[in-house]
Ligand binder design. Structure first.
Ligand code: KG4
Ligand code: ZN
Length: 369
């Protein structure tokens, strides 16, 4: 297939984005100025499913897939209506093809392909991690190279973003993702899910020095992350107190957040040193943080200090675009479309899809990508 210009304004490409990789159903329309490459969100809708999964204490893949199937078509119609356009006006359709939960991915991918086929538009199969990685291009018009810290419920990675489609993974978690550690800490302390915002809120009233917790892998030469030991230490600390009071919970949350932020900063600093030794890494001007955990205020503050000390600017997406959304998928699609990177309708669903296929797995079990 070849690219088709937007009918309504040839100076802009207009891309529909679809996101269904985990427990957020999302549809968005994004415009990209063909001349300047600048982007803007025309409409962006996100429907979280936490209520449907609450009783199970975590995301149930089958429930997630059914909810995506139930709401996606209505949300796409609403996103187009809010954008004041129809499928005829689109330049392309982009849908997340992975990584993520296979049932949900299939719902979004098939819907995207169906719309592209019926409207005669190019189709782009988007890597969810690339969508997070490129969000600052949409919000801040920042171009690679930059060092990306991707911290979400499923991933904790540092990547040298060299160009659209070209990523050099530096560090990854050898066990849990940081968002998962936040969620499990919340569950353990009886706080609501998703755990990150609940732990952050409790931590504001807490003493970060009260509970001694480990800083896994801090100071190590390999740039990887580990959070399983921290999670176990949090459990031990919680069990050591009889009848946890609100203040105990707040102190444990603050201590956990402080330990996690210290690990992240140390590991990101190590990744930065390694990235700067790579040919494309010498021109790094920005440290970018993306993914759901990037919404955390303490983490942003500590990373801003690191960036400042290293002569870099810290860029983080606005909180609404840190978590999963379809504007980032549409934007990744628009960037790919501009480079002629279009996929066939036989593009497969890819539950596992590392951004850097050359990256060796980190030592340990449960590495996410
Ligand atoms: O990127 P995202 O929406 O979904 C995935 O692709 O995983 O990230 C969700 C994760 C959850 O683990 C959630 O608890 C965490 O991001 N999160 C936070 C905060 N807001 C969301 N973690 C720490 N502090 C926050 N304010
Ligand atoms: Zn995500």
């Amino acid at each position: 297939m070849t690219s088709a210009p937007a009918d309504h304004n040839p100076a802009e490409s207009l891309v529909l984005g679809i996101e269904t990789s985990c427990d957020e159903t999302a549809a968005a329309v994004v415009a990209r100025d063909v001349g300047t490459g600048r982007g803007r969100i025309v409409s962006s809708l996100v429907r979280a499913q936490w209520e449907a999964h609450r009783a199970f204490g975590g995301v149930v893949p089958e429930i997630a897939a059914r909810a995506h199937a139930e709401f996606l078509d209505l949300m796409i119609a609403d996103a187009l209506r809010e954008a004041g356009c129809t499928v005829k006006d689109l330049s392309a359709v982009a849908a997340t093809a992975g990584p993520g939960l296979i049932g949900g991915l299939m719902v979004g991918l098939l819907m995207g392909k169906g719309i592209a086929l019926s409207a005669g538009k190019p189709f782009i199969a988007v890597n969810h991690l690339e969508a997070h990685a490129l969000t600052v291009g949409l919000t801040d018009a920042v171009r690679p190279p930059y060092l990306l810290l991707l911290v979400s419920g499923g991933h904790t990675q540092t990547l040298l973003v060299e160009d659209v489609g070209s990523y050099n993974r530096i560090g990854t978690t050898i066990d849990d993702a940081l968002g998962e550690a936040f969620d499990k800490t919340a569950k353990l302390l009886g706080l609501p899910q998703p755990g990150g915002p609940a732990v952050e809120k409790a931590a504001r009233r807490g003493d970060p020095a009260r509970v001694p917790l480990p800083r896994p892998l801090k100071g190590r030469t390999e740039p990887h992350f580990s959070f399983a030991g921290l999670k176990t230490a949090v459990r031990r600390a919680a069990l050591s107190v009889e009848n946890l009071t609100d203040q105990d919970v707040a102190d444990i949350c603050a201590s956990f957040e402080a330990a996690a932020a210290e690990c992240i900063v140390d590991r990101t600093f190590r990744a930065l040193s390694l990235a700067r030794e790579m040919p494309s890494g010498r021109r790094i001007g920005h440290l970018v943080v993306a993914g759901g955990v990037a919404a955390n205020t303490r983490l942003r503050g500590e990373l801003a200090k690191l960036a400042g000390a290293e002569g870099l600017t810290l860029l983080a997406a606005p909180v609404a675009l840190c978590g999963d959304n379809a504007a980032m998928v549409a934007w990744a699609g628009a960037e790919r479309l501009a480079r002629g990177m279009i996929d066939g309708l036989d593009a497969p669903v890819r539950p596992r899809w590392p951004l850097d296929p050359r990256a060796a797995p980190a030592i340990g079990a449960g590495v996410k990508a």
